[in-house]
Design a protein around this ligand. Structure first.
Ligand code: GLU
Length: 282
């Protein structure tokens, strides 16, 4: 079996124990299968990405004992590619521009109603205010959204395979769930020309990724990724959404938790083996 996986950090802060776990697990799984481990720098948010964080990522991962082919894929180099993909979705009649501000969306969504979800894996579920706007009216002030109702009508939905507990098994995509609990996701953010969902789908396909190993916090977003793969006629990898590393209080680690930064452990004399032991990999 071909096994190509990746670790895809955003250079917006120090890598912490949670990242170390994800990268080591992904790498170990690839090595166990005689496969390949790739690195990708997810830096489309240029307002937050910093070159020094990128250098620190390379240093920390090398120190952990990981290696990967170079040059690495960097999302900020691929904006024309994302533009092509957006044009494909536009040609399918699935996109529309939206100039709503956060406050407009909250106001249009109205008071919370029982049984109606307000938030999904792409944030607040969009109430559809701009859905009828033609793409010819798009301006710099707009984001581009996916018309989910049209998308699920067009796509021949298929399940994806999950290999990690507690979700292991075939995961069907449900058109009703996609419309009610995900909604019209953003495909291209203002001043970015793309979004996390669009880029990750195109990059995984272009890197030939067969197995995606990442945190369970992205499990709900995977239905969006699989839908986009179907619409764009791209292969669907096998997914492994692993548990998150938490601090003593049970809280998940965030970028700002510098206390758990790999660099901090290093400076205090920890070895890569100590880090493996800390995250439960030996
Ligand atoms: N760039 C994302 C992050 O740092 C990971 C995305 C992914 O693995 O699909 O959380």
């Amino acid at each position: 079996m071909t096994f190509i996986t990746r670790f895809a950090p955003s250079p917006t802060g120090p890598l912490h124990l949670g990242h170390a776990y994800s990268a080591l697990l992904s790498h170990d799984m690839a090595m166990a299968q005689g496969g390949r481990f790739l690195l990708r720098i997810e830096d489309i948010d240029q307002s937050r990405a910093r070159p020094q964080w990128e250098s620190q990522i390379f240093e920390d991962l090398q120190w952990l004992g990981l290696s990967w082919p170079r040059p690495v894929m960097r999302q900020s180099d691929r904006l024309p590619r994302y533009g092509q993909i957006l044009a494909q979705l536009r040609a399918l009649g699935l996109t529309y521009p939206c100039g709503c501000k956060r406050a407009d969306i909250e106001a249009a969504a109205g008071a919370p109603q029982e049984g109606v979800p307000q938030f999904g894996p792409d944030g607040r579920i969009y109430p559809g205010t701009c859905r009828q706007r033609p793409m010819t009216t798009a301006s710099d002030r707009d984001v581009i959204r996916l018309d989910m109702e049209k998308a699920v009508k067009l796509a021949r939905l298929h399940p994806f395979t999950e290999t990690a507990t507690p979700n292991a098994g075939q995961q069907p995509l449900d058109p009703d769930q996609l419309q009610r609990c995900v909604g019209d996701i953003v495909l291209a953010r203002r001043n970015m020309g793309t979004s996390y969902h669009l880029s990750v789908v195109v990059d995984d396909a272009d890197q030939g990724i067969t197995h995606v190993t990442r945190g369970v916090d992205l499990f709900e977003a995977t239905q969006i990724h699989v839908l986009l793969q179907i619409l764009l006629d791209l292969p669907t990898p096998i997914y492994h959404h692993h548990a998150l590393i938490r601090d003593q209080a049970g809280k998940r680690l965030a970028k700002r938790d510098d206390a758990r930064a790999i660099a901090k452990y290093r400076s205090e004399g920890a070895t890569p083996q100590d880090i493996r032991a800390l995250v439960g990999l030996s």
